[in-house]
Design a protein around this ligand. Structure first.
Ligand code: GDD
Length: 348
């Protein structure tokens, strides 16, 4: 594929999306500079698993997004034609423990990078990883680009600040800047802090006899679980366009945490039987009668949207976005990757 850009900057290259995006761009011959926090280790298991850690087209450097001169230095040095801003504090649950830290990392960090682009690479296309959390607990489903933004969690607010900043810089300074309103997207490279990977790693370990059961929080939350590589492909396509826009990236199908867990256990041949309500709900293995899932009330959040499901008609039309991986296949791929890691004694 021929892109309009040959040099890209990816912040947060060591995260799930950063690693997948770097792999895709490198495979297309694009030079990638990826940044990571000064505090994060130089090695990265995701870049290793994708086989790109030592790729000649990939340069890694540290960047503290809270440091405006450092942002300018990196942007001026790299002279990127596309900037993918994926770094930040991505855990909604953590934002209740450190609200200001989340706003600082996601909101102010985005402003610092936008400002660096305005001054040092104004012709680049900026793509922001925004979030469905900017919609808070929306009354209407599905959500699209016109859904009112009423963030409730501190994380949602931090992403709303980033999203609004990008809109402001686009309008005020004529920058090509796009906001990808990302609904949940998962993969083999997901961090274990998120519910899908927490489940798939536990399923792998339970099926190998290394663990007995799994504790979860809100099973009723319904999310639009997509497959991350399909989403980063859309980010790459956004940066190819002349002008910036907002795009919802979602599959359009919602599933509860309970349904994802059921699918993940089914992929290793364990059929769950659910019983009880609220904090007393449990899931038993129908074959052995042993408990596999219980509720830990400390994992519930002060606010948690009951349903986030997106309408990505605009991205489908403008970008050809067409997510295909469905829930059962997603769970199966993630469990398989975790089984493989356990067999090799690797963590991820
Ligand atoms: N993490 C976690 N751990 N979540 C749990 C658990 C648990 O043990 N039990 C139930 N849940 C529920 C959460 O309450 C939430 O409703 C749902 O599972 C999904 O939680 P996460 O996987 O942590 O993701 P998230 O929805 O909070 O955030 C993800 O999606 C956003 C876009 O919608 C992240 O990828 C964000 O960075 C992203 O912006």
């Amino acid at each position: 594929m021929n892109r309009r850009y040959t040099r890209a900057l990816i912040t947060g290259v060591g995260g799930q999306d950063g690693a997948w995006l770097a792999a895709q761009l490198l495979s297309e011959g694009i030079q990638v500079t990826g940044t990571h926090r000064p505090s994060s280790p130089a090695g990265n298991w995701r870049l290793d698993e994708l086989g790109i850690a030592a790729h000649a087209g990939l340069k890694l450097r540290t960047l503290d997004l809270g440091d405006p001169p450092a942002c300018r230095l990196v942007v001026a040095d790299v002279a990127p034609q596309a900037i993918f801003h994926l770094a930040g504090q991505s855990r909604v649950a953590d934002s209740f423990r450190d609200p200001l830290g989340s706003v600082q990392a996601n909101g102010v960090g985005t402003l610092n990078l936008l400002e660096a682009m305005r001054r040092d690479a104004p012709d680049a296309h900026f793509v922001l990883a925004s979030s469905a959390e900017i919609f808070g607990s929306p009354e209407k489903a599905p959500q699209d680009e016109n859904t009112p933004t009423v963030a409730t969690s501190p994380y949602g607010l931090s992403k709303l600040l980033a999203h609004a900043s990008m809109n402001s810089w686009r309008a005020s300074f004529g920058l090509a800047a796009s906001s990808a309103i990302l609904f949940n997207h998962e993969s083999e490279l997901r961090d274990v802090a998120f519910v899908t990977r927490k489940i798939t790693r536990a399923v792998a370990r339970i099926s190998m006899g290394l663990e007995q059961e799994l504790s979860l929080g809100n099973l009723d939350a319904r999310r639009d679980f997509g497959y991350a590589p399909e989403y980063v492909a859309a980010l790459a396509d956004m940066a190819d366009r002349d002008t910036g826009a907002d795009y919802v990236l979602a599959t359009g199908h919602a599933a509860s945490v309970r349904e994802f867990a059921t699918a993940a256990f089914a992929s290793v041949g364990i059929t769950l039987e659910w019983s009880g309500v609220g904090e007393d709900e449990i899931a038993l293995d129908t074959l052995t009668g042993k408990r596999k899932i219980r509720i830990d009330s400390s994992l519930f959040r002060p606010v948690d949207a009951p349903l986030l499901v997106g309408d990505s008609a605009k991205a489908r039309t403008h970008l050809g976005f067409n997510p295909r991986v469905e829930l059962e296949e997603l769970a199966r791929r993630m469990v398989e990757a975790d089984l493989e890691r356990e067999r090799r004694g690797k963590t991820g």
